[in-house]
Each structure stands twice: as C-alpha cells, then as structure tokens.
Design a protein around this ligand. Sequence first.
Ligand SMILES: [Zn+2]
Length: 256
Amino acid sequence: MLAAMQVMAQSIPATVSQGGLVIAKVTPGSKVTVDGKPVRVGEDGTVVFGAGRDEKGPLTVSINGRSSQAIRVLPRDWPIERVNGVPPKTVNPPPDIAERIKREQAEVTVARDRDDDREDFTHGFIWPVQGRISGRFGNQRIYNGDPKAPHSGMDIAVPQGTPVKAPASGIVTFAKPDLYLTGGTILIDHGFGLSSNFLHLSRLDVRVGERVAQGQVIGAAGMTGRATGPHVHWGFNWFGVRLDPLLLPGIERAAP
Ligand SMILES: [Zn+2]
C-alpha cells in the first residue's frame, strides 16, 4: 500500500492544463478511476486521461478505491476567432445535409470509442506537417458572424498536397475522402482511447485496419469540407474528450 502511494505521488501530476493529456504510472494491477470512471491500466502500470477544454476540475484519481489524489485543472484563456468567407451552406446546413453531418459524426464517434491495449502513445509525438499554426485548439469560432462550437483541434497552414505524417504510430480506424464538414478524414488510434484525427485532406494513403508507424505518410493536405484555404487540422481525443495537440509530449518544445 505504501509502495503504491509512493509510485502514485511520483507520477500523477498535481496539475493539468485545460486540454492537457496526462500519461502516468501506477503499480501494475491496480484498479484506477478518474472522476469515478474506470480507466485502463497497462501491464506496466501506464494510465492515461485528459482534461477537456471546459473542465473545471479537480480531477479525482482513485487507486484501488482507497488512495485518491485531486489534480487541479489550470484554466486557460480562449480567444475569439472570426472565420469569414466560409460557404454559408456549411455554416447553417439545410435539414438533409444536417442529417448527413449527424450520421457522419456518429461514425467518427464509434471509431473514437475504441479502447485498445496498445501503447503507441508512449514514444512521444511529432508534428504531422511543419508550418504556421493558423488556428489554435479551443478558440471560440465565429463563422461568417455566427458563433459556433469551439475549434476542436490545431490548424497548421501548409500548401495543398503537403504530405501528412502520423504523429505517433497506431491503427487507422477511420478513412473517408468526402465527409461534408471535414472532407478527407483519417483517424489513427494510438491505444488507451487516444486518437488523432486529420481533416480536410486532399488525398488518403491509408485504409481502415492498417497499422501505421510514426512519421509514415498517411495522406496529403488540402481544403476539402469546410475550409477557407489549404491546411491540416489535427485533432486529438481521449475517447470523446478533445485535447490540445500542442500540449502533447514532444510537440510543444518542437514547435516549427
Ligand atoms: Zn481546424
């Protein structure tokens, strides 16, 4: 028990930023919950979880139902970002299109709900493309003057056709060339409920079920779906919780 608590104190952080991912270690074989929700514990004791954009915290991590630790969630500022010149039918779609969008989003949600016992996230992350950040995670977006959901990922401006690399290895769980809002869309599952999504791609080079290595080209940048110029949108999820790619290990310090 004492050993377990020491391990925990060493590896579970005292704080996490909104949009941040926690990768921690507990004693292998422990049962862990985060805010009452059981999370996978790897053979080596690895656990992962994240704090969403609007998470107020604290996140309560409990081990074997006994020891628990409250992680303080550090609030961030979320600037307002105006995006003009977007085709109006993509901002307020007619009912038949709204149906289609709902259907497509449901398919993506299923892909995100996977919980594979695979630790492809442990080797850190690399930038999928090198370029200027043209849209940050969490910014409140106003499309053509209409307030919409916050930006769910990070946009990196690159020329049309720029090769997009897998930021970490994983399994492709979704790959479709023509979703209404997100255009060419790929999801890579990194294990433990962590997944990357790439949107607006002009070309897909991978198929569902395929294993990809970190750095492998998965497709090409474009502006398919709701986009005003060529860029790569990189979204990152812990199951349904959207996290900020810029806070991932290996990403922030290596910003281009
Ligand atoms: Zn975006």
